[in-house]
Design a protein around this ligand. Structure first.
Ligand code: NAP
Length: 612
């Protein structure tokens, strides 16, 4: 393969490239692809000169800066507590620790699950970085601390200085609720807010970096008694990681995809296998794979038709591209939130939309099932510029999927179980961006940008003899396929019990043959299935748990770990309630004791959930 004459290189460059490219091995090529992507990302960082970008991409991170002379900050401690479900808040807490270290603080990162409210109240400087889960709930590792700090018995926080960073998703009503709760409650308990809270949407890097820079700057000022402190470098703006990650996803070739749902099923669940060869990426069972998707061309076309925009050339991250590409690749051009509608109305100045936005319930009803295209169609603006329109939208977020394979069983591969989301609403056909990107637009052999997001809160027990109970209806079964492959590969002797549920036995029994093989060879000790639509009344996984309550209780008493994956809205709560009832009926405990028994399992990290 030769570089064509039409490529944007001089003849001399072309000759040099044509000399070297044929001698490059596939793994060297993969490495080079990642390197070039990293270089490109670095060059797009404002203010990062090409030479320094190149250095950053090949050199190890610089050592921490020497502490600042003459500043009290040198000695100040800073506790950074995080509440994290998918690992993002934890990653940011680590980033904050590094940056605080460079500025002379003695910073420690603390998992919320590992700190009591009384111990937290003794800190001097506190940073809280927390995500919000489901309908405004704290992430699992923050549940106990959140409850303790919200309780009337919470201790005084007088003498504590704090700042809060919330992570969330504007498409949920209770955006960043947990961050807001901590922020308000700390103030009520007498702590002093040294820097205003930031509420970050899914593209959190830039607002987080700005917040961290400001918060640490303020803390430095205070620690040095208001004296001018030596200049410090701004927060490293999205430095290029040496490997593949969020800033530099790996282009993973799709090896194979298989439709798991039977013909006639109401579901469309796909099994995807990607190759990681040459990426140097690794993962553990329980981790997730982030997919960087692209929007459907039909959705982009519908927007272009509804918006009738002025101008089609736009600038994204310093490079110009056409509006259609920007919408397809870079922006979340479908999700309609109140925030988007409000910003749009600053341009549209529609009386009707103003009224709608002022009435919470009417607004919620309008937003439900509608997308950005509906807003443009319902409240048209003449002469809306392409750039103004892009200014309303957030960046297209990556989507996380629980990994369905073990590297030990499938070296250099990663498998996913993904239900394609398709539905009709308000007269239009709608789709899930990432699930249909994978189902419809990625063919075997094509590459998909991916990176691993570790989840240390959803791991197999370290002791391989420990029994495990896995509850995973629908695609929630994905991580349990990974768990079983791993337990088999390492020769774990602990017993394994799987509860699986879906609509119909003949159409929706995901990975049926694999479970049956595992039962036959003894890896799976028990398999209980609940097919909800095979009979008149619904049967769910929790009904099967109740039927096996005595045995399930015995397993718990023998030290079993319990894992739940899948729907957070109803299933996770119902399963939780069932566990409490089993502790009541089989453990003979009054309700309050049964609740604290299950809470105890959670606190000792024997009851782990990956739900959304
Ligand atoms: P699903 O919609 O959850 O359905 C699976 C089965 O669960 C069906 O038989 C369904 O019955 C039943 N079900 C409905 N309500 C229930 C309840 N309250 N308690 C127990 N079972 C109940 O399956 P899916 O489409 O595969 O989606 C799984 C869910 O998990 C989605 O919400 C998805 O976002 C989430 N998920 C999370 C992860 C993760 O990585 N954390 C991975 C995959 C999926 P009926 O429909 O007949 O009522």
């Amino acid at each position: 393969m030769q570089i064509p004459d039409s490529a944007p290189f001089s003849e001399e460059q072309r000759t040099a490239l044509n000399r070297i490219l044929p001698s490059i091995s596939p793994s060297q090529l993969t490495w080079l692809t990642g390197f070039v992507a990293g270089l490109q990302a670095a060059l797009q960082q404002p203010g990062l000169a090409p030479a320094s970008a190149l250095e950053q991409s090949v050199m190890p991170a610089p050592a921490a800066l020497p502490s600042l002379p003459g500043t009290a900050a040198t000695q100040s401690s800073l506790a950074i507590v995080y509440g994290s479900e998918s690992g993002n808040a934890e990653g940011l807490a680590q980033q904050a620790r590094k940056e605080a270290g460079k500025r002379g603080f003695k910073a420690t990162v603390i998992d919320m699950a590992d700190r009591s409210v009384a111990a937290l109240a003794k800190e001097k400087n506190l940073m809280v970085i927390t995500s919000t889960w489901g309908d405004g709930d704290p992430p699992d590792n923050a549940v106990a601390l959140h409850a303790a700090i919200m309780a009337p018995s919470a201790p005084s926080f007088a003498g504590v200085s704090y700042a809060v960073c919330g992570l969330g998703d504007t498409s949920y009503d209770k955006f960043c609720q947990t961050g807001k709760d901590f922020d308000r409650r700390l103030e009520e308990l007498g702590a002093e807010r040294f820097f205003d809270r930031v509420d970050c949407d899914t593209d959190y890097d830039a607002p987080f970096a700005k917040w961290l820079d400001g918060a640490l700057g303020e803390l430095q000022k205070r620690s040095s008694g208001g004296a001018t402190v030596a200049a410090v470098p701004a927060v490293a703006s999205a430095a290029v990681a040496s490997g593949y990650g969020k800033k530099n996803p790996f282009p993973a070739p799709l090896k194979e995809k298989i439709l798991l749902s039977g013909r006639g099923s109401e579901k469309e669940v796909w099994h995807h296998e990607f190759l990681l060869e040459g990426s140097g990426m690794s993962y553990e069972p329980g981790d997730s794979l982030a997919i960087v998707p692209a929007n459907r061309m039909e959705d982009v076309d519908a927007l272009l038709a509804a918006g009738n925009f002025q101008g089609t050339s736009v600038t994204v991250e310093g490079s110009s591209c056409d509006l259609a590409t920007a919408l397809r690749v870079h922006f979340d051009c479908t999700t309609l939130t109140k925030n988007v509608a409000s910003k749009y109305n600053e341009i549209a100045k529609s009386g009707k939309l103003t009224q709608l936005l002022a009435d919470s319930e009417a607004c919620r009803n309008y937003l439900y099932g509608r997308q950005v295209v509906d807003l443009l169609a319902d409240f048209p603006v003449k002469g809306l510029s392409a750039a103004d329109f892009l200014g309303l939208l957030r960046r297209l977020p990556p989507r996380l999927y629980s990994i369905a394979s073990s590297l030990r069983a499938h070296p250099d591969e990663v498998h996913l179980t993904v239900a394609a989301v398709r539905y009709q609403s308000h007269g239009r056909e709608r789709v899930g961006v990432a699930s249909t990107y994978l189902a419809d637009r990625v063919l075997a052999g094509a590459t998909v940008p991916v990176y691993i997001t570790p989840n240390k809160n959803f791991k197999l027990p370290a002791d391989r003899d420990t029994p495990i109970i896995m509850i995973g209806p629908g695609t929630g079964v994905a991580p349990f396929r990974a768990f079983l492959q791993e337990r088999q590969a390492v020769g774990a002797t602990g017993r394994n019990w799987l509860f699986f549920g879906d609509q119909r036995y003949t159409l929706d029994f995901l990975y049926q043959v694999e479970w049956q093989e595992y039962l036959k060879d003894g890896l799976l000790t028990r398999l209980d299935v609940a097919f909800s639509r095979d009979q008149k009344h619904k049967i769910y996984v929790q009904n099967r748990m109740e039927e096996r309550a005595a045995e399930l209780w015995r397993w718990l008493e023998e030290g079993a770990f319990v894992y739940v994956c899948g729907d957070a809205n109803r299933m996770a709560g119902d399963v939780h309630e069932t566990l409490i009832r089993i502790a009541e009926t089989c453990g003979g405990k009054p309700r309050a004791e049964a609740e604290s028994y299950i809470e105890g399992l959670r606190q000792t990290k024997r009851y782990l959930r990956d739900v959304y």
